[in-house]
Design a protein around this ligand. Structure first.
Ligand code: ADP
Length: 401
C-alpha cells in the first residue's frame, strides 16, 4: 500500500500544533497541541479523531521541542498512527518567512534549511521556532521527506508596484525591506475554495479575501494570483487586529521615542501586543466586544467602528486594484463567525454591487456558503479556512509517487 498520510506541524516558540491527515480522502486522523514548552506547566492535548476517541490531556514539564515531538509521536503510536508507520508519506511544516526565495512549497534539504536560517532577521520570532520543529522532525525520521510550506509564498506574485515601499531603493534592498505578506496558505486555500463555490475555475475569478482572526489580513487575488495583500515586511501592517495596530503613520514611532521616551522594544510591544482591539477597548475577542456593545458600552462600540472602518477602506482599495470583483470571502475566527462584522463591512457599498442578505448572513455553519442576495453582482462568501489541509495537500503533491 502506498503512503498516504501527512503529518502537519506548526511549531511556535513555545508550542507545537499538529494534525495527521490521510490524503486519500483528506480526512483527519488525529490532531493536537503541545503548549508552554520549556515551562513546568506544559500541556499536551491529543484527539484521536480516526477512532472517535476522547481528547487526552497530559500535564507536566516538556523541556523542549524535541521532547514535545517525542511526546506527540508517543500519543500517535497509542492510536496505531506512529511516526514509524510506512503509511506516513511526509511531514509538512508551516514556515512563516520564505522571503523572495521560496515561491512554492519546498522539500527540505540542508540548503533549504540554511536559507530559512538566513531569513531569520525578517521573522526573528517565527523562523527559529519553525527551524527547531524541522530539525527535530528530521532527527526522528531522517528518511522521510519533510516539506516546508511558507506563509509568504502565495504573495510572491505581487507586482513590484504593490510589493515595494516608497523609500530609498538602496536602503530597502540592503535590508531586504519590501512587502512580503503573511497568511498566504489561508489566502490561497480560501481564494480557490471561493472559485469552487461560484462553480468557476480560479483563473476566471477575482476575489478579495478577508482573513479575520486574531491576526488579520486582506488580499486581492486576480485569476488565482495574489496581486496585493495588507500585511507587509511584518504582520503588523494593514487591518486593525486583535492586538496589532495595523496601518499607522510611521512618525508615531519617532514621536513615541523622542517625546514619549519609549525604547524601540517598548514601541514594538505596544504596536504588536497592546494595540488593535485590545488597545482600544481592553478586549480582543469579538464575542466579548459584541456582548459589551449590546450592553451599551461606548468604548467597545468605538473599537468595533474603527475595526470596520479600516476593513471597509481595504475592500474599497482592493476593489480599485482588481477593477472587477466577483466575490468577497470572509474567513478565520471573526470572518467565519461574526455576522455583524460581515454586515457592517459591506454596509453602504450597494453601488459597488455589494450587500449581504440578513437571513443568509445569520445562518451558522462549517461549509463554504454565499451570504449575499441571489441577484448580487458581487457575491459575499463565508469560506472556512483550513491551513492544515492546504499544507498537507501541498506537501503530498510534492512527494507522492
Ligand atoms: P488566530 O488563528 O489568528 O489565533 P482565529 O482565526 O482562531 O485566530 O480567530 C480567533 C478570533 O476569532 C477570536 O479572538 C475571536 O475574536 C473570534 N471568534 C471566534 N469565535 C467567534 C464567534 N463565535 N463569534 C465572533 N468572533 C469569534
Amino acid at each position: 500500500m502506498s503512503a498516504t498520510r501527512v503529518l502537519v506541524l506548526n511549531s511556535g516558540s513555545s508550542s507545537v500544533k499538529y494534525q495527521l491527515l490521510d490524503m486519500r480522502d483528506s480526512s483527519r486522523l488525529a490532531a493536537g497541541l503541545v503548549e508552554r514548552i520549556g515551562e513546568e506547566t506544559s500541556r499536551l492535548r491529543h484527539t484521536p479523531l480516526a477512532s472517535g476517541g476522547e481528547t487526552r490531556e497530559s500535564l507536566g514539564p516538556v523541556a523542549d521541542h524535541e521532547a514535545a515531538l517525542k511526546a506527540v509521536a508517543e500519543e500517535l503510536s497509542r492510536d496505531g498512527l506512529g511516526l514509524d508507520s510506512p503509511e506516513l508519506a511526509a511531514i509538512g511544516h508551516r514556515v512563516v518567512h520564505g522571503g523572495r526565495t521560496f515561491t512554492e512549497p519546498t522539500v527540505i534539504d540542508d540548503t533549504v534549511l540554511a536559507e530559512i536560517e538566513r531569513l531569520i532577521p525578517l521573522a526573528p520570532l517565527h523562523n527559529p521556532a519553525n527551524l527547531t520543529g524541522i530539525r527535530t522532525a528530521r532527527a526522528l525520521r531522517p528518511d522521510l521527506p519533510q516539506v516546508a510550506v511558507f506563509d509568504t509564498a502565495f504573495h510572491t506574485t505581487m507586482p513590484e508596484s504593490a510589493a515595494r515601499y516608497a523609500i530609498d531603493v538602496a536602503t530597502a534592498d540592503e535590508h531586504r525591506i519590501r512587502r512580503y505578506g503573511f497568511h498566504g496558505t489561508s489566502h490561497a486555500y480560501v481564494s480557490r475554495a471561493t472559485a469552487r463555490l461560484l462553480g468557476k475555475a480560479p483563473e476566471d475569478v477575482n476575489v478579495i479575501v478577508l482573513h479575520l482572526g486574531n491576526g488579520a489580513s486582506a488580499s486581492a487575488v486576480r485569476g488565482g494570483t495574489c496581486v496585493d495583500t495588507s500585511m507587509g515586511l511584518t504582520p503588523l501592517e494593514g487591518l486593525v487586529m486583535g492586538t496589532r495596530s495595523g496601518d499607522i503613520d510611521p512618525a508615531v514611532i519617532f514621536h513615541l521615542a523622542r517625546v514619549g521616551g519609549m525604547s524601540i522594544d517598548e514601541i514594538d510591544t505596544l504596536l504588536n501586543k497592546k494595540s488593535g482591539l485590545i488597545g482600544l477597548c481592553g478586549d480582543n475577542d469579538m464575542r466579548e466586544i459584541r456582548r459589551r456593545i449590546d450592553a451599551g458600552d461606548e468604548e467597545a462600540k468605538l473599537a468595533f467602528d474603527i475595526y470596520i472602518h479600516r476593513l471597509k477602506k481595504y475592500i474599497g482599495a482592493y476593489y480599485a486594484v482588481l477593477g472587477r470583483v466577483d466575490a468577497i470571502a470572509f474567513t478565520a475566527g471573526v470572518g467565519e463567525n461574526a455576522s455583524e462584522v460581515r454586515e457592517a463591512a459591506v454596509a453602504g457599498l450597494e453601488t459597488l454591487g455589494l450587500a449581504v442578505d440578513g437571513a443568509l448572513n445569520a445562518v451558522r455553519g462549517d461549509e463554504p456558503r454565499l451570504v449575499s442576495p441571489a441577484d448580487a453582482r458581487v457575491k459575499v462568501a463565508v469560506v472556512p479556512t483550513d491551513e492544515e489541509l492546504e499544507i498537507a495537500t501541498q506537501a503530498y503533491a510534492l512527494v507522492k509517487k
